[in-house]
Write a protein that binds this ligand. Structure first.
Ligand code: FAD
Length: 439
């Protein structure tokens, strides 16, 4: 059978491990194989899709604080619909659209439900034959340099039958997701409060809140959606936030879904650390200078156009591993990282926003950013920079425009923003672009 993807087969094909098969790991596996690498992808769950695989199961500890607890990976609640239009969420050559033969179980809405996103990711895996690279129900519990001299990596994993294995790889690409470990703010006096506390990571349906008085802390997307969901059954819902929507980016003493970086399997002798959600040191959010290119991270930047981000970072990693694209020296990369951190510090930006890719043109939340709307890294500049490195197309203009309109719609469009918009002309243009991909 001929492969449906173009393979670049290079002279420096590597043996690469991918950890996690959510939206980031799926495209990482595809790009690595396209570049000619051999890939083994480890996924703890039974299927691909990551956090989009909905489960009724929640964690026993409703705040998810107890170390060693049984983890429920998904943070998706039953009524969740996307907060971005489907067109700008897909990968560049596999649009997130309804295809002929998709059947009636699909959700054709522009802001579809979580199941539709999962089905899109599963379609992608099928189309590009990714599942053949995957070890399902296999958790990676240790990743460490194999030896000092050959810069290879040892991975220890365990499957659902409890069988452990140890393998050596040339490189490891970490795609384990960042929404499973809730970030809990320190609220003075909360311990003496007699009510039940639950983090939104463990919220699924409103039924347990029937006839209760509930306080929801935080007003970002999930806080808003969940409070409305609970209000369908609760006696009263109170929403607590010091932020108004348009300045909710600025740090508040709130509790909400927020990426929390956690790599319990990674052993780098203290080289890669996580400090207040800064994963570092990382060159351009991907490569730790002293361990590059053997170790890389896909998908750390948050609050942007995620699918495209995962895809372009993956292309960069794949092309660096094959030697087609060069990285600067370790010293130069480290210089760049330190200069970036110094800039964040000078601007008074907390470490936890290190991986926030901002976009003043597209993201009105940033207009409140101090001082004087200065940008640390705009997502467009970031995409353009990586595209230039690996000689691949950067983000499409239509996708940027659509994201920009969508974010404004999300913030200012009120309750029904998912079912009301005024960029029909742009949608038509986008579908004309999609049609070219299927010719
Ligand atoms: P995940 O989807 O979390 O996947 C990580 C995978 O790694 C999982 O399958 C997990 O099982 C696996 N894994 C973890 N550790 C191990 C291990 N040790 N061994 C083996 N496997 C492991 N983005 C949008 O673009 N639009 C939206 O509308 C949107 N809504 C969101 C709503 C919520 C509630 C949340 C939390 C996020 C939302 N996002 C949205 C952002 C979302 O995070 C990204 O779109 C994306 O799906 C994240 O993909 P990922 O692959 O990085 O992580």
């Amino acid at each position: 059978m001929t492969q449906p993807w173009p393979s670049l087969i290079t002279s420096r094909a590597r043996h690469v491990a991918v950890i996690g098969l959510g939206a980031a790991g799926l495209v990482a596996a595809r790009e690595l194989r396209r570049e000619g690498h051999t890939v083994i992808a480890f996924e703890r769950e039974k299927q691909v899709g990551g956090l989009w695989v909905y489960t009724d199961r929640v964690e026993h500890d409703s705040l998810s604080l107890i170390p060693g607890r049984t983890i429920s990976h998904s943070s998706v609640y039953q009524s969740l619909r996307t907060n971005l239009p489907r067109e700008c969420m897909g990968y560049s050559d596999f649009p997130f659209v309804i295809r002929p033969g998709d059947g009636e179980s699909r959700d054709p809405r522009r802001y579809p439900d979580h199941r539709e996103v999962m089905m899109y990711l599963q379609d992608f895996a099928r189309e590009f034959e990714i599942e053949e690279m995957i070890r399902f129900e296999t958790e990676v519990f240790r990743v460490e340099p194999a030896t000092e001299s050959d810069r290879k990596w040892r991975i220890e994993s365990r499957n659902s039958r409890g069988v452990s294995g140890e393998e050596i790889f040339d490189a490891v690409v970490v795609c384990n997701g960042h929404f499973t470990e809730p970030r809990i703010a320190d609220i003075p006096g909360i311990d003496s409060w007699p009510g039940k506390q639950i983090h939104s990571h463990n919220y699924r349906i409103p039924d347990p809140f029937k006839d209760q008085v509930v306080i929801v802390i935080g007003t970002q997307s999930s806080g808003n959606d969940i409070s409305k969901d609970i209000a369908t059954l609760a006696k009263q819902v109170h929403i607590s936030s010091k932020a108004v929507a348009s300045d909710s980016y600025v740090e508040r003493n709130n509790l909400r879904i927020h990426p929390t970086y956690h790599f319990p399997f990674l052993e780098t002798g203290g080289y890669v650390t996580v400090e207040d959600n800064r994963v570092g040191p990382l060159y351009k959010h991907v490569f730790p200078p002293g361990l590059a290119p053997g170790l890389s991270f896909i998908g750390l930047p948050f609050k942007g156009i995620q699918g495209f981000l995962f895809e372009i970072q993956s292309k960069w990693v794949a092309s660096v591993l094959s030697g087609r694209v060069k990285l600067p020296s370790e010293d130069k990369m480290m210089e760049d990282v330190m200069a970036f951190y110094a800039k964040l510090e000078a601007m008074g930006i907390p470490k936890r926003y290190t991986h926030f890719l901002s976009d003043p043109r597209g993201n009105p939340m940033l207009w409140k950013f101090e001082p004087q709307d200065e940008v640390v890294v705009s997502q467009s500049d970031y995409f353009n920079w990586i595209a230039e490195q690996c000689g691949c197309p950067s983000i499409e203009r239509w996708r940027e425009r659509q994201y920009s309109v969508a974010v404004k719609n999300l913030i200012f469009g009120g309750d029904g923003y998912r079912d009301r918009w005024d960029d029909d002309q742009l949608i038509e243009e986008v579908y004309r672009e999609f049609a070219k991909l299927t010719v």
